[in-house]
Design a protein around this ligand. Sequence first.
Ligand SMILES: [Zn+2]
Ligand SMILES: [Zn+2]
Ligand SMILES: [Zn+2]
Ligand SMILES: [Zn+2]
Length: 512
Amino acid sequence: MEAERRPAPGSPSEGLFADGHLILWTLCSVLLPVFITFWCSLQRSRRLLHRRDIFRKSKHGWRDTDLFSQPTYCCVCAQHILQGAFCDCCGLRVDEGCLKKADRRFQCKEIMLKNDTKVLDAMPHHWIRGNVPLCSYCMVCKQQCGCQPKLCDYRCIWCQKTVHDECMKNSLKNEKCDFGEFKNLIIPPSYLTSINQMRKDKKTDYEVLASKLGKQWTPLIILANSRSGTNMGEGLLGEFRILLNPVQVFDVTKTPPIKALQLCTLLPYYSARVLVCGGDGTVGWVLDAVDDMKIKGQEKYIPQVAVLPLGTGNDLSNTLGWGTGYAGEIPVAQVLRNVMEADGIKLDRWKVQVTNKGYYNLRKPKEFTMNNYFSVGPDALMALNFHAHREKAPSLFSSRILNKAVYLFYGTKDCLVQECKDLNKKVELELDGERVALPSLEGIIVLNIGYWGGGCRLWEGMGDETYPLARHDDGLLEVVGVYGSFHCAQIQVKLANPFRIGQAHTVRFRAA
Ligand SMILES: [Zn+2]
Ligand SMILES: [Zn+2]
Ligand SMILES: [Zn+2]
Ligand SMILES: [Zn+2]
């Protein structure tokens, strides 16, 4: 057969045959990698689907990671692992292969005890083995824990206490958990079970229950915006779930503040605190939800509000003493300690009404709340432009530095455009009902708080003149004029003073 097929040497078909060979090999060498890549990606997506399925059905809050931030050992097979999944409620870590086993074998944090458990105020520790935090100390022998390169030592997922394998005794396994350092912030699972029982019996006197937890008990509700501050909120949510009861930690993009704050109505009067993790916008959103509670007649349940600022230029948070932006400088546990130590202060909040001019004005005036400041003139224009662009291309604005740069860009661009020239001829200003004569201005800014435009003390200016003291809880607004965006920029770097128009209880602008 073969001999017959082989053409005579030198015939033209020999070249054809060689060509066919070449084409075949070329095809092979091209197709094979394509096939392998295709097959691999198919396998990967199947694995991903399988994992998603486990994640969805699981009681744990599993999350994928490509690289664990500290040396990690799988809680099932005890192997050293670099990537895999972790639970952002209880902190279990596992490799992909053992995920299903881990999910079946280990219980996550129970946010509520089962109704049949009678031990309402005695919950034992819930120990999980391995991956204890670096620099933690054994509660028995007080020596450092988790320093051996293997799956070893235990951590209680409620009180965060750690103990050596050797120091773990049966007595410890049955010991009552006291919820550790943050017991005054944690809503214990037994509390919610009791509340549930009381609701069935139609009782609402939660004070008796709370008295068991002590006067110091000020449960903390976390409202974090997972989209704030380059998606830092996402990680924070997990860290708070580990330290507190996951039931008291909310992502406001999934559960709006109005809904989340209803948890306060299950707590004793005047006891709840809220920690808002997000920008000034998120804080405003939560404060509006608090207003809503007042309207519903839930005054007694209104929480005190603390802030963990994310992102840039958070003037409200800065005024209240929580800084302009958090980027992980201090551990989350320290944030909780700060909240525990914080004292309450009051903040004025203002109603802004916008009415259309005209003889036959049938439209209802628009009303909104102001916490920080508002302005008429270049500053408003700048913020508006910035916002419009952010809506169009959010990915561009995910970095803090870029945000600042774009703000700067708008600031300088406005220098050239000067769109609000002779504002004094376009608007009339009344402070507490009295008309104020204005010089040639380009912008008027009405301030409730001390900081403006991302950390500038606008009312103070250079601080070389005497001026009436401004406070955020005195029932007065400060009204300031600026000559242009260049003047704004000068005030920002403390090279100029603003034109202080005055302080007032009511401020009215009217288009001239
Ligand atoms: Zn494993
Ligand atoms: Zn878990
Ligand atoms: Zn414990
Ligand atoms: Zn020990």
